[in-house]
Structures are given as structure tokens and as C-alpha cells.
Design a protein around this ligand. Structure first.
Ligand code: PLP
Length: 407
């Protein structure tokens, strides 16, 4: 049976031979207190943020907290970033515990009146997703006797080439079509709101630096055109994000230094209507994905039809993305390893599956690994983003995964 490739183990762990260490502790020690467990290493996130700062010193960095909203991790990240991007009242309450309201922006379609009210009362910026939402926000602010901080999310007429998930350049539930944006901005300003600028998000999970740089330059140009047509100076232009991470075989890490230098060029030559604007990039997975490892213990080893099945105590109920059922078209293998046998030779090709009664619950499809026995701990990398909170934890009634943060 020919093995199928796995994605690359992140460099923070790849050099380890023998026993996997996460944040200075043996994987087995993390697992001893119970499995399945997600371990997040805040030092890896801090190193990512430092690299971003060096590459893009003039640009604000926002963290999109839906990628990983664990309270301890959020508390570690908040002081290191300029803003938090949120998408619900639940995230709003969490964000307000670690950041002032003026550093929080709230995007997402379908904001309820209660959510608009909570955000306006707190003084958080709303990234408006429709004209009707603008009307509701203004009415709620009037009732509260507050001046709302409102930005306009633009559905750009550009898309992020090569991105895993396209969110622009087509009919969309996200943002307001670019052609209608200037009229809305004029209306907001006439209504006396505190207009904060534009939020323009063109895609996600891009690994091609040229594509990201092109999109950013086009986004700057689009913001300038819209500001000109609206006759207003945007205080902030949120350029979106979309920085990807290498999940799969053949993926290469994103060259953010190239992006930084091309963005510096684009900003140096920007139209005068944006001369006084600040610029922000909002990132989720690029900051946290590689900082997380999901550890699950082998419960059973069985054979069927000539193939070996390694059955874990957790699966897609905790780490849906690794099963290929969260935004991927073709199922491919995330990087995984036998935590206490990192240095041992690869001797067999196995299927690594979770405990759920569905064939979708497969975390490793024909992966080549050292010999595995029940009791071993399997590490699945790239588990820091869209893991615990993006997986159907209630499905089949197993306990939720434990989450541990090393700060
Ligand atoms: C989900 C989301 C992000 C974060 O996306 P990543 O791919 O994790 O970086 C950023 N901005 C918006 C508007 C989002 O919806």
C-alpha cells in the first residue's frame, strides 16, 4: 500500500528527534493529565508577531479571534497586537476583557440588534455589512444617545488569487458591493456618525506572496477610489489578511518579508486621499495555527482488508479541519507524528481515525509512521487555529478536548 504524503511538521517541532517537546515539556507529560488535549504555545505566537512587526513596521496588526479565542491565549496575544477583530457578541465580551473598545472591530453578517447595541454601548467599531445594518445601527445609537463608530466593509471587485477561501469579487453575504459604498459613506457622515473607514477582506489561506502583494496594492487603490468618490478621508483602511500556513505536502511557508516590502512601496506611493490614513492587517491562522498541537491517545489498533487502522480517543469532534471537512475541496493529510517515537524509522502505512461512527472521521489517510501500539500518543500539528471551537464537539457525545496554554 503506497503511503500518501503528509504536510510539513512546523519547524518549531520538526527538528526534534526522539520525543516531541511542546513549549519545553514532553508531549507525554501534556498528555498524562488527560487526552485528547490541545496545547497552545504562546511563545510561538509571540515570535510570529515579532516577525510580522519586523516585516511590516508601519502597519497595524489585528488578531481575528475566531481563529482561536481561548481566554488565556487571547490574554497573551492582546498586549502584542493593535486590535482585535470579532464576529459576535460572545467574542465581544471576551475581547473587552483584554482590550479597550477603541481597539476592537466587529464584522460579520447578521448582527442582531442586541449585538449592535452591545457594541455601540461599549464603543466598539462596527464593520457594516449592509445598508440595512447601517440603518439599524444609527437608530440604536440615537436611542442610546451615542455617536457610533462605524466602518464600511467593502465587497471588493477584486479577489485574492490563489487563496483557499475566496471572499471577494463575487456576489457575497460579506460587505457591501464596492459600487454602492461611496453613497453609504456620504449617508453615514451626514447622519453624524464617527466614520472609521474601510474594511476590505479579499480571501484567506494564501501562500503566494506575489498574489497577496498584488491584492494589497489593489486594495489600497480601491480604498483611494472609494474615498475619492465619497469625498471623505478614511481614518483606517483595514486591508484584510489572508496569510496562509502550510498544511499540506508541497505547501511552502508564506514569504511575508516580500509582502512587507511590496506593501511599503504601495503605501509610499498612495494617493493623497489616503495620506492621513492608518492601515491594518487582520490575521487569524498565520498567528496561531502552528502554535497548537492536538494530542490524542491510541485506543485500538486493528486490521481490515489488509490495511491497518489506528483508532484514537478523539477525532473530527475536536479537530474537524484535519479530517478535511472544514473548507477544503480535496482531503489531504495534515502533518502528524507519533509523539514518543519521533526518531524511530517509518515502518508502516496506517490509517489514523477518530472514534466517531462516520467514515469522515479520518485524521491520517495512508500515512507512513513508526510502529504504533495502543497507549501511544499521536500529535496532529497545525491545530492552533480553527480547532476546538470550529469542530462539532457535541457530535456523538464524547467529552470536549482539554485545552492548555503555555505562556
Ligand atoms: C476569518 C476571518 C479572518 C481570519 O482569517 P484567517 O484565514 O484565519 O487569517 C480575518 N478577517 C475576517 C473578516 C474573517 O472573517
Amino acid at each position: 500500500m503506497n503511503p500518501k504524503p503528509m504536510g510539513p511538521i512546523p519547524p518549531e517541532y520538526a527538528d526534534q528527534h526522539g520525543v516531541l517537546t511542546i513549549a519545553g515539556h514532553l508531549a507525554g507529560d501534556w498528555a498524562a493529565a488527560g487526552t485528547p488535549v490541545f496545547v497552545y504555545d504562546a511563545a510561538i505566537v509571540a515570535a510570529r508577531i515579532a516577525r510580522f512587526r519586523a516585516a511590516m513596521p508601519a502597519v497595524d496588526l489585528h488578531y481575528a479571534i475566531k481563529a482561536n479565542p481561548h481566554p488565556d491565549l487571547l490574554a497573551a496575544i492582546a498586549p502584542l497586537v493593535d486590535g482585535l477583530d470579532i464576529a459576535s457578541a460572545g467574542e465581544l465580551h471576551r475581547a473587552l476583557t483584554v482590550k479597550p473598545a477603541t481597539a476592537i472591530s466587529f464584522a460579520g453578517p447578521g448582527k442582531r440588534d442586541t449585538e449592535l447595541e452591545a457594541a455601540i454601548a461599549a464603543g466598539v467599531t462596527l464593520n457594516l455589512e449592509s445598508e440595512a445594518e447601517a440603518t439599524r445601527a444609527i437608530a440604536i445609537a440615537d436611542r442610546l444617545d451615542r455617536t457610533p463608530r462605524l466602518a464600511v466593509r467593502v465587497n471588493p471587485d477584486i479577489e485574492l488569487r490563489g487563496s483557499g477561501m475566496k471572499m471577494g469579487g463575487r456576489p457575497s453575504p460579506f460587505g457591501i458591493d464596492a459600487v454602492r459604498v461611496p453613497a453609504l459613506v456620504r449617508r453615514l457622515i451626514a447622519a453624524g456618525v464617527d466614520w472609521r473607514g474601510f474594511h476590505i477582506y479579499a480571501g484567506s489561506q494564501a501562500l503566494d506572496a506575489d498574489a497577496v502583494a498584488e491584492t494589497q496594492a489593489a486594495t489600497v487603490a480601491l480604498a483611494a477610489r472609494l474615498a475619492d468618490e465619497a469625498g471623505a478621508l478614511p481614518p483606517l483602511v483595514n486591508l484584510g489578511g489572508g496569510f496562509g500556513v502550510p498544511y499540506f505536502s508541497g505547501d511552502r511557508p508564506l514569504d511575508i518579508e516580500t509582502i512587507g516590502s511590496r506593501l511599503a512601496d504601495a503605501l509610499a506611493t498612495r494617493p493623497t486621499v489616503l495620506a492621513s490614513s492608518r492601515f491594518a492587517i487582520e490575521l487569524g491562522r498565520w498567528l496561531v495555527a502552528e502554535a497548537g498541537v492536538y494530542l490524542a491517545r491510541v485506543v485500538d489498533r486493528k486490521e481490515s482488508g489488509g490495511e491497518i487502522f489506528i483508532v484514537l480517543d478523539g477525532g473530527l469532534n475536536h479537530q474537524l479541519a484535519a479530517s478535511g471537512n472544514f473548507g477544503t475541496v480535496v482531503r489531504r493529510n495534515y502533518p502528524l507524528a507519533v509523539a514518543d517515537r519521533m526518531g524511530e524509522p517509518v515502518v508502516e502505512t496506517v490509517n489514523v481515525v477518530g472514534p466517531l461512527c462516520t467514515p469522515l472521521d479520518r485524521l491520517g489517510d495512508r500515512v507512513a509512521l513508526p510502529h504504533i501500539e495502543p497507549g501511544d500518543v499521536i500529535a496532529i500539528f497545525l491545530a492552533g487555529a480553527y480547532g476546538a471551537t470550529a469542530s462539532p464537539a457535541a457530535f456523538l457525545g464524547h467529552p470536549p478536548a482539554i485545552e492548555r496554554v503555555a505562556v
